[in-house]
Write a protein that binds this ligand. Sequence first.
Ligand SMILES: Cc1ncc(COP(=O)(O)O)c(C=O)c1O
Length: 385
Amino acid sequence: MAVNPYFDEILDRRGTASSKWEKYAGQDVIPMWVADMDFPAPAEVTEALATRISHPIYGYTVVPDSLTSVTLNRFAERYHWSLTEEDLEWIPGIVPAINQAIRGLVRPGGAVVTATPVYHPFLQAPGHMGRQLMTLPMTADDDWQFPLRAFEQSAETYPEIDLLLLCHPMNPVGRTIDETMLAAIVEICVTHDIVIISDEIHSEIVFDGRMHTPLATLSERAAQQSLTFHAASKTFNLAGLGCAVVIAQNPHLMARFKAAGAGIMANVNTLGYVATEAAWSSCEYWHQQLLAYLTDNRNFLVERVEAIQGVSMTPPEATYLAWLNIEALDIKDPEAFFRAAGVGLSPGSQFMGEGYVRLNFGCPRALLEQGLDRFETACLGRWQT
Ligand SMILES: Cc1ncc(COP(=O)(O)O)c(C=O)c1O
């Protein structure tokens, strides 16, 4: 197991108004819920922020040209994805952009479809915008595969479906989606005129040498049928800086997306641009070290979970989130149960996954070990009663 003093160090986040840690302020609870990591951002990011902060005027900011070229180069190099400045729209967050997209791309009375379990704002956004939500359950038995047949049947049966929300890779189940499946999804969407939102925020945290394929790079049809949401925030731990990007190569979809946010969607903040540019231009070495560390954390977690009676999991292929099956323990309120045992987890019900909890392993190994000790003790106690 690789030792890395940088990622091993436990930094005290109390007093930084961290959502993750404030939730359990004053309690002896290790927070392993929301998807940010307990690692410091790369030094290059911190230095770029310090340089910008040293100029003490923080007025309205346009998208820096340098960020645009870093972004276009990055997509070209990593994914052979040829984009132009007009294909990019910078936004302060993917969650508001999901809501905006639904507003602009789904008819009033129309429906949004998504595969579950899934990141909970996917489930909430259609209701916020007065649109219908249709869900397609995935199962562990089917190895959390995207439910293609069910999707096709829904697309044939319900012409009101205007939009597919795709989590690629998938939070919380930690699955990647391969090119064959992506192509089949695109085919159904083109046939039934369903726009795809491919949320690729977790796409740079994929393990075991896998390569992410952005859905839009599969074919011209895929590019024309979709919007991609991307950000540096998960990979480089910048979620509090509020910066993400929407990519749409179809100018009509881009225009409808932008129109739906007019007067509502805020600009990206000055520091979000700076941090994203630094992360995407000079931190690939850091990203590789992070992947090595997270891979070890994942393997450690899988080994530990194998030894816990009543708990099982499929090793994540992507994301620093583990999806743990605790059905056999028959716990009514898993969040409260594990909180009482000193570990803060996300209940599966939040993602439409009853009988599961989600555990964030993006933290120093010692903290992970301590969290797992508490988790194991709590599960053992439950198993024996
Ligand atoms: C799939 C997915 N999309 C979006 C987000 C959050 O994006 P943002 O912070 O830009 O709103 C998350 C955070 O966990 C996520 O898992």
